[in-house]
Design a binder for this molecule. Structure first.
Ligand SMILES: *Cc1c(COP(=O)(O)O)cnc(C)c1O
Length: 394
């Protein structure tokens, strides 16, 4: 049955993804089922999206209730879910103002516009620069692609935004060397995701924060993948004793509905985008905001952060054990339930394919990293099951 749907899809869908050869039909907890009812333990969570797992009854009921009331009204009016979701995001982050988008990429676009407008407001200049990081990932639209430090993604689409410079992640001196009077923002993922799971070192991030304060540059932290509890903190930067001026969110913030946000600290909120400067038709509609609002409630009710810390510690120990045991596993990196295993001497793709046959969904990051970003509700028993299936795939 898988094959006929794959054929149909390939006939009609533009081939920009090399998809795995399964057709998924439904999910329950931390398991996905394909159309043949084969079960898969899911350690990818739809790329770090499904933090609450699949078919969480309270979450799905909240969405059903909202569908019956109202799904969309445009941003010309207020709605109850919008007010509640924005307040909860503001409270969880301790930041000042929220703009809801439909995706992570759009949140990044908003962050870039915020930085440009902030600097324009100060000096009227139109040639401001942004410092981003090599091996970063911020999205595929032209603005987000411009700050994505990946030559392969960028090359066919030039010219991109001017004034973007790339520093080496975790190398403060390389950032300092790029700062000029025109720098309006320094932008990075608190934990690099697609690039291969690299957490920022404390001195690096604190050093960038100090630099930003000193030069009145906006610090933009992309928390689209590493935020919403994945590292054991609601936002990964909360472990570093610093606060960004702009934060981008998406992925797990809606746990399966398309929503993102950029969130501004007081300085950026007061000195940048004003009425008429930015907009979106769908962004933050009642349907997606009902999801966001329920997600924050359920994080608390289900003690998600505590679970990430406990099970994350367990997963970390077990993955370290694998690195000790297998020569081709050369390093573990990550925080909480955002982990990577570096593979050398054999293709990661083969391991992922074998895992899929064994009923385990894992994904890759960079060119040689196995990525573990499971639902944040997983248990130690799920980790044990994952390890058995993974080792069976080596
Ligand atoms: C996924 C991701 C994005 C892009 O988000 P989309 O919702 O796919 O547009 C941007 N930044 C990071 C760090 C991501 O992981």
């Amino acid at each position: 049955m898988n094959n006929s749907y794959i054929e149909k899809a390939e006939e009609a869908i533009l081939h920009t993804y090399n998809r795995y050869q399964i057709v998924l039909d439904r999910g329950e907890g931390v398991y996905l089922y394909d159309v043949n009812q084969k079960a898969y333990l899911d350690f990818a969570a739809g790329i770090a999206v499904q933090s609450l797992g699949y078919n969480n009854k309270e979450y799905t009921q909240a969405l059903k209730d909202q569908i019956d009331k109202l799904t969309h009204i445009s941003n010309l009016y207020y709605s109850v879910p919008m007010a509640e979701a924005a307040q909860k995001l503001k409270e969880a982050s301790g930041m000042s103002k929220v703009f809801f988008t439909n995706s992570g990429t759009e949140a990044v676009e908003g962050a870039i516009k915020t930085a440009r407008k902030y600097a324009y407001g100060k000096d009227g200049g139109t040639d401001h620069e942004i410092i981003a990081m090599k091996h970063s990932f911020h999205g595929r639209s032209l603005g987000a692609l411009s700050v994505t430090g990946n030559e392969k993604y960028q090359a066919p689409f030039r010219p991109l935004l001017p004034g973007i410079k790339f520093a080496d992640y975790n190398d403060l001196e390389s950032v300092k060397a790029l700062v000029t009077d025109k720098t309006c923002a320094i932008m990075l993922e608190t934990v690099q995701g697609e690039g291969g799971i690299y957490p920022a070192e404390k001195e690096f991030l604190q050093g960038i924060k100090a630099l930003c304060e000193e030069r009145d540059i906006l610090l933009i932290l992309d928390e689209i993948q590493c935020g919403m509890g994945r590292t054991g903190y609601m936002f990964a930067w909360q472990e570093y004793g610093i606060e960004p001026d702009v934060m981008t969110c998406a992925k797990a913030i809606g746990c399966g509905v398309p929503v993102g946000a950029f969130v501004l600290g007081r300085k950026a909120a007061e000195g940048s985008l004003a009425a008429g400067d930015h907009g979106t038709t769908y962004g933050g509609n009642p349907f997606v905001c009902a999801a966001v609002s329920k997600v924050f409630d359920l994080y608390e009710k289900e003690h998600i952060l505590e679970n990430v810390r406990q099970v994350g510690t367990y997963l970390t120990e077990k993955l370290d054990g694998l690195v000790d045991k297998y020569d081709f596993l050369t390093e573990r990196r990550g925080k909480g339930l955002m982990q990577g295993l570096e593979v050398n001497g054999r293709p990661v793709g083969g391991i992922v394919d074998r895992a899929l046959e064994n009923g385990l969904i894992i994904i890759t990051a960079g060119s040689n990293v196995l990525r573990f970003v499971p639902p944040l509700i997983i248990t130690k028993e799920n980790v044990d099951e994952m390890l058995e299936k993974l080792e069976g795939s080596f």
